[in-house]
Write a protein that binds this ligand. Sequence first.
Ligand SMILES: Nc1ncnc2c1ncn2[C@@H]1O[C@H](COP(=O)(O)OP(=O)(O)OP(=O)(O)O)[C@@H](O)[C@H]1O
Ligand SMILES: [Mg+2]
Length: 246
Amino acid sequence: MLEVERLSCGYGAAVVLHELSLTVKRGEIVALIGPNGAGKTSTLQCIAGHVRATSGNVRFGGRDITALTPQARVRAGIAISPEGRKLFGDMTVRENLLVGGYSQPGRVAAYNMQRVLDMFPRLQERFGSMGRTLSGGEQQMVAIGRALMAQPDLILIDELSLGLMPKNVDICYAALDQLKQQGLAVLLVEQNLSKALAFSDRVYVLDSGRLVWSGSAKAARARGDLAATILGHAPAEAGAQEEALP
Ligand SMILES: Nc1ncnc2c1ncn2[C@@H]1O[C@H](COP(=O)(O)OP(=O)(O)OP(=O)(O)O)[C@@H](O)[C@H]1O
Ligand SMILES: [Mg+2]
């Protein structure tokens, strides 16, 4: 479904991603992991069209989308839940979700809204609450829900579990499993290595903007040294405390 071929991107003169190739198939959860500054967010933002590719290409459903605007990529079926969730603090949960459905006719948006609320019943309870009053976990549910409002075939999720209580990490991962069953493709950036390896089908490891390892999650799990030798740190675990919006 998604084919990234020798993709490079950067900011001004600085190249931060060097000829990365990766694929994500329908119904597959793929994790992109690596240390801070490795280029994980840049990769997702380049696939979503917010950061321009300097070389290489991105194909989606057999079509070259490298030159498309972010809006056209949403219409093509790619949605993103960005790093830091990026909710509108002065808008309600309902309004934040509606932002994600802007490209859909009203009837479709209403249907998708119901699907999001079925997936995250907690959001039904918080439906009229302002974004800034939500816990980190609730924010993440809204960010995923907002992406789903666009009815994507591929969802890009940056830092799924960062700052979330373990209970909410489980809720979010259960949602990913459900999406996988429905045939969606997921490209996931995750600091929590044990969760990433437990839930994904395949793993790509980036370091300094370059691919340093890729393989099945099973092979990654068998490599007990993955965290220490490739990431240079022990696996991060979900925090006990959630951060609210500032
Ligand atoms: N808007 C920007 N302008 C200039 N440089 C940037 C910008 N965003 C990221 N970078 C640089 O690009 C490199 C890759 O950053 P990126 O945010 O993609 O990494 P990451 O793997 O997502 O890191 P983290 O784990 O900290 O989220 C870093 O050196 C970073 O400083
Ligand atoms: Mg990042």
